[in-house]
Write a protein that binds this ligand. Sequence first.
Ligand code: M6R
Length: 608
Amino acid sequence: MCGIIGYTGHRPAVPVVVEGLKRLEYRGYDSAGIGFVQNQDLHVVRAAGKLVNLEEKLASLDVFLATSAVGHTRWATHGAPTESNAHPHRAGSLCLVHNGIFENYEEYRRLLQSRGHVFSSETETEVLTALVADERKPGLPLLDAFARALRKAHGAYAVALMDQSEPDAIYAARRSAPLLLGIGAGENYVASDIPAFLPYTRNVVFLEDGEIIRITPSSWQIFSLEDLRPLPKSTHHINWDMQSAQKGGFRHFMLKEIFEQPRAIADCMAGRLNAAHTAVVIPELESSPLPPRLRIIACGTSFHAGLWAMPLLEEWARIPTCVEIASEFRYRNPLLMPGETALVISQSGETADTLAALRIARECRCPTLALCNVVGSSITRETDAVIYTQAGPEISVASTKALCSQMLVLLLLALYWGQRRGSLPSGFLPEALQALAALPAQLEAALPALQTEARALAQKYASVAGMFFLGRGQSYPLALEGALKVKELSYIHAEGYAAGEMKHGPIALIEPEFPSFILVPHDSLFTKSRSNLEEVQARGGPVIALTNPPKSDLNLAVPQTWIIPDAWGPLKGFFFLPALQLFSYEAATRLGKDVDQPRNLAKSVTVE
Ligand code: M6R
């Protein structure tokens, strides 16, 4: 997602900030920009595309006198990745860069327009910049005006602000988006991530939600956004090298990405609930009719997302849905009903089979919709509509947070279409939205214990020759995913199966050396899954039962249970999924495998 850096000190600020932006490139972006004050004038230089385009523009300017600057790499959310939508945005003497989504910007856009403000971009960030300018009254320090504007903004943000009349100062704040302070000698930095300033300083202060900061070359002060009272903060010394810094202190990108899932969920929801959080809003679909049928087409982990969502789309939105593997779909003569919508799911947006399937659906004149993580990728350019999963760049070959975000967006889609059709039972939507709002924090709290248990189980089972992952209903695609992860990361043969299918053949494999990870959540299929578990146990197969905390009538008699925190309805899956991901991660690291780049695999499969 977007990257921010602000610098104030004794060096020429523009090169420092551009270099910092390069070190944030891994976050993914599609335009970039920089703001600085030179000769008492505020300059903003922006360019669509890669940083090299921004550098070309800067090369024709004399930019070496500025000693403070803010820079930004933008990953488009509101408005296309064009120069006019790139940050910084200006309002009077101010310029501002922003990471996140200002959810209630429309009401302020209208208000500010009624006061004569003219906007030149499609972004909510420009509205936020204008709102700060609007709050600025004679005699009121900029810190207060900035805080007033931010208190009005719903949503997630990390922001940095400069003012032409105070060229040495940078103001910044965060809520649910990363922001750090880097403390140097006679210079200070704010940035989205440590690598941005790592060559210059290793002294860091981690900013928390609801904090606002003012830095100058020789000072930094952090305040509470609520009442601007100064906050004491401690400084940390970072020992990491650059590569580990990009991994945020995690040993592998995969682990980092697993732990980013609460953030991915929050980012996915941002902008997709109305201001009162009582309805789902999918602006990308507002003008499209309700699909009469859905054909979900995808590969690998993205295929599992589709399978997981199918029952929700059918039950909540009452849309007949089928899910297909793209490489199969493309080589038969698919019969698509008039109006049937092809929904392709792809993290990368470049998977050759999925792209080919999309083209076939278009030839059949089906409306097409893509769920994708990478802005501007091939798939997004060829569909009628795109919904971005907003998970941020996924670097590890094994897909983790991308799946979590796909599941979340599909769940929101099922609610959205159900809401439009009027097929949701009364009281259902508020209950779902309340549970969703609590999900990121609950998952964040659960992850460390899940990792501890995953490590213990990996110690016990990483040496087996093969294992089953079994589940029913929505746990079946999760079982498939658990098995896929074990195969691709640790090269252990793992089979994902629908638990009810075991008796039709695979149960013959059960023996004391062949463990089965069986998903038994407290859902409507609990007793059915418990029976399947007992069938495996009765044949001498070791069982690891992944289940929710036992209740009087929901109990399992198994020696090895893995207790997974409970959640509302299908949200249970968001806890079972990281458990399985962490088990595969721990098994692979235990076996000394190359976790982030498993053998024979590529992140983006652009060949068939
Ligand atoms: O980029 P896509 O979602 O289209 O990729 C599809 C699969 O190649 C991908 O999900 C693959 O199965 C994962 N890397 C597995 O972890």
